[in-house]
Design a protein around this ligand. Structure first.
Ligand code: SD4
Length: 328
């Protein structure tokens, strides 16, 4: 049908959408086209932050979170906090295709990926990520993702608040001034996650996500990226969703599962997207995030909170990728 193929992606990641579109138009399956699209973003380092060397953690290291989901079979593969391997989406696909598991994490995800032929161990830092990290380290006691703890000197190590000795470390005032709040380092100008849906020529849907997660995260943190239903979800009978934003908050609501299930009950994509965002906003008015929703008829929409969101679409009716802007 002339509705398909169809590619929808978070942000104006034009090259990634073109890569997925070309693959799907050439007859690739939805899963394989999603891999081509997300891998293009990892290789090109879309927005300077998707893929290796994007967002460093507290130790200056960058790690990969990635997900792939087949909306026909409902198979899922994912990697979380994967170190030393650049190919997040390909690793996720290997988990889906060659294991009975859904998610592998950390060093052991890397070991699996390398054993299956992906290259590594590689250094996932870039000059930009090192520079960003050094600037952050130099700014003593900058708030980060910790709460109810105090730093013993500069930015670490940290102690549980109950067991720490106030006098010897940060003064109480300094803590309140500089260390007291939890700041989300999913920046308003930092679009470091690709989440993509592809409908192949048969109308089968797959979704994928790839990200470094959040800047200056605590090592070991896994975001919403590898969580099916949170960063992305697909059901070929209904449609698909992709998400970006503050994954620590968003994963508590499975917004993409919510979007797809709302569409299953007959909601239009725009209402389903707005509903998923408003469920989060009601509990966390300061969160930053966005979703796109697309139903199997090709109708698409986005909703966002805390930032202006853009998503990209390529359909048979378009000569090239079109970018849609959504305001909160
Ligand atoms: C995360 N959702 O790991 C990601 C970050 C993101 O645009 O989407 N940034 O929380």
């Amino acid at each position: 049908s002339s509705l398909y193929p169809l590619v929808v992606s978070t942000w104006p990641f034009l090259e990634a959408v073109r890569a997925a579109w070309t693959a799907a138009d050439d007859g690739f399956s939805a899963v394989d086209a999603v891999v081509e699209g997300c891998a293009a973003c990892e290789e090109l380092r879309c927005d300077g932050t998707v893929g290796p060397g994007g967002s460093p953690d507290e130790n200056g290291e960058s790690t990969m979170d990635a997900l792939i989901m087949n909306g026909v079979t409902m198979e899922v593969g994912a990697v979380g906090a994967m170190r030393f391997v650049k190919d997040g989406i390909r690793a996720a696909k290997l988990v889906m295709q060659h294991t009975q598991h859904t998610m592998l994490v950390g060093d052991q995800a890397s070991a699996f990926a390398i054993s299956m032929g992906l290259s590594g161990p590689s250094n996932l830092s870039s000059p930009e990520s090192m520079d960003k990290w050094i600037k952050w380290k130099e700014n003593d006691c900058q708030p980060n993702f910790r709460k109810n703890v105090l730093p013993s000197n500069s930015c670490g190590p940290y102690h549980l608040k109950d067991s720490m000795d106030f006098g010897k470390t940060c003064s109480a005032n300094k803590f309140i001034q500089n260390c007291g709040s939890v700041t989300s380092h999913v920046g308003r100008h930092n679009h470091d996650t690709i989440s993509m849906a592809v409908f192949d020529r048969m109308g089968h849907i797959a979704v994928g996500t790839s990200t470094n997660g959040a800047s200056f995260k605590i090592p070991g943190r896994v975001g919403d990226g590898p969580i099916a239903g949170s960063s992305a979800y697909a059901d070929s009978e209904v449609g698909a969703c992709g998400a970006t934003g503050d994954g620590d908050i968003m994963m508590r609501f499975l917004p993409c599962y919510q979007v797809v299930e709302s569409m299953r009950l007959g909601m239009e994509p725009i209402l389903a997207a707005r509903d998923a965002i408003s469920r989060i906003r009601r509990k966390f008015p300061d969160f930053i995030g966005a979703v796109f929703a697309v139903n199997k008829n090709g109708l698409h929409a986005g909703a966002c909170h805390g930032w202006t969101f853009q998503y990209s679409v390529r359909s048979p009716q378009m000569k090239d990728v079109q970018v849609f802007t959504v305001v909160p």
